[in-house]
Ligand binder design. Structure first.
Ligand SMILES: [Zn+2]
Ligand SMILES: [Zn+2]
Length: 449
């Protein structure tokens, strides 16, 4: 039996599009050069010297004037689309519209929905809904344990056959070491990545922010970084013992980076992601008790932040993931300790990291671009490339454009973005995903029909 195709989305191939005089930047292909780019019926058909291509039919020419960069479309292996059950926060349509606006060509949705995505019939109907409603291709992770209860494994093989890219109980840890081991034993039979939210609940309990100087000053119960790093080290060792494939979600501290580096040095099959907020913000940003700064794992110290950046730069951390976690306004407009954890991130990820790390000289643009889509391969998906014959998965970005996050509202149904009000640099003006034109900035000039 052939497994279901892992990605779904409502993709009507566009006719013809010519991007004139753009900077094609594809770090994996070693390409950084001005080019004219032709996309026909969803495929990149020509990369030519600038100023040489014109549309052959009616369609349209988007002039870059040398100012716009064409990057491989981003891939986010960690988003919460809140569907089914919490559509007041986000839907398949609004979540993927936010992703398209951020330059994403593909996202992978988490299963902590209501009901939990823990059974094949539910995955089947959710994929059918995504095929109708999603603006870009969406992949799904299914739950490791039924109802995220931590006690009974889901029917992993059946979920894999139905198209699950892997398994996670994200939102919660898999607290039992025995359960992690059992999931990896089943993984040997059915494949699929085991993605882990690392948190020892006996260490994190009751905490609302990072345990340190700021939590002490504010009198808020803290979560120590060892809640993450000890659990991560435990699960890395289990992965090594079982020769299992695990992916560590949203790393937040230096000790976790060390544990991943150690696991990789031993040849264990592990990978890791980091979020824009953990790369750019610290516990100091929580001082005002703005609930948009409350997320799981919490923002830690600047030393942790710098270790995460070093990890991303050097490749210990494989990719950027937003952990886009929408919450309704009324849910976040409560006292800090009562607010739910999470920040949105799809619409700001590239611009925030570009402004905060690339413009400042701390991270090479090529490295950022590579890490923004590296999540694809980790979950067995094709990595977007700007090359002839490739399906068009690309983000056209004005790298010099300054904008204030949220100034024109959001595509997401929620607005709990930790970067709201900040000046960012680098605006996604057009996104191609799965061969379709899925986002175009209103300000983008066009020539043609
Ligand atoms: Zn999580
Ligand atoms: Zn998450």
């Amino acid at each position: 039996m052939t497994p279901a195709a892992p990605l779904v989305g409502s993709l009507a191939p566009d006719a013809e599009l010519v991007l004139g005089e753009v900077r094609v930047l594809d770090p994996r292909g070693g390409v950084d050069a001005p080019r004219d780019v032709r996309v026909r019926a969803g495929t990149i058909t020509e990369l030519a010297e600038p100023g040489t291509l014109a549309p052959e039919h009616v369609e349209e020419l988007i002039p870059g004037g040398g100012r716009l960069a064409l990057l491989p479309g981003f891939v986010d292996p960690h988003v919460h689309l809140r569907t089914p059950g919490q559509e007041h926060k986000e839907s398949l349509e609004t979540g993927t519209r936010a992703a398209a606006a951020g330059g994403y060509a593909c996202v992978i949705a988490m299963p902590n929905t209501d009901p939990v995505l823990d059974a094949a019939p539910l995955l089947r109907s959710l994929r059918a809904a995504a095929a109708r409603e999603a603006r870009i291709p969406v992949g799904f992770l299914a739950a490791v344990t039924r109802g995220l209860g931590g006690e009974q494994l889901t029917e992993m093989a059946e979920l894999r056959r139905e198209g699950a890219l892997g398994f996670t109980d994200d939102g919660r840890p898999v607290a039992s070491a025995g359960m992690v081991r059992k999931a990896l034993e089943y993984q040997r039979l059915c494949g699929g990545v085991l993605a882990l939210h690392e948190e020892d609940p006996t260490l994190s309990r009751g905490g609302a922010m990072h345990e340190g100087a700021v939590s002490a000053a504010l009198g808020i119960a803290g979560i120590p970084t060892i809640a993450e790093s000890t659990m991560l080290a435990r699960d890395a060792a289990i992965a090594g013992y079982e020769d299992g494939r695990v992916h560590f979600q949203h790393l937040s501290c230096a000790a976790s980076v060390d544990a991943v580096a150690d696991a990789k040095a031993r040849g264990w099959r592990v990978s890791a992601e980091v979020s824009p907020h953990h790369l750019l913000l610290t516990e100091e940003d929580v001082r005002d008790m703005d609930t948009r700064m409350k997320m799981h794992p919490p923002l830690a110290t600047d030393a942790d932040r710098r270790a995460l950046l070093d990890g991303l730069r050097g490749g210990t951390i494989d990719c950027v993931a937003t952990d886009h976690a929408p919450h309704a306004r009324e849910e976040k407009e409560v006292p800090f300790e009562q607010a739910p954890m999470g920040t949105t991130g799809l619409e700001t990820a590239f611009a925030a990291l570009h402004a905060g790390l690339v413009v400042t000289g701390e991270l090479a643009l090529e490295t950022l671009v590579e890490r923004m889509s590296a999540g694809a391969e980790l979950f067995g998906l094709p990595t977007p490339r700007i090359a002839v014959g490739e399906l068009a998965n690309a983000a056209l970005v004005d790298l010099d454009a300054d904008w204030v996050a949220g100034e024109h509202g959001w595509e997401s149904r929620s607005e709990n973005c930790c970067f709201a009000g900040r000046r960012l640099r680098g605006r996604v003006v057009l996104t191609l995903a799965g061969g379709a034109l899925v986002h175009r900035d209103g300000a983008l000039a066009m020539v043609g029909a």
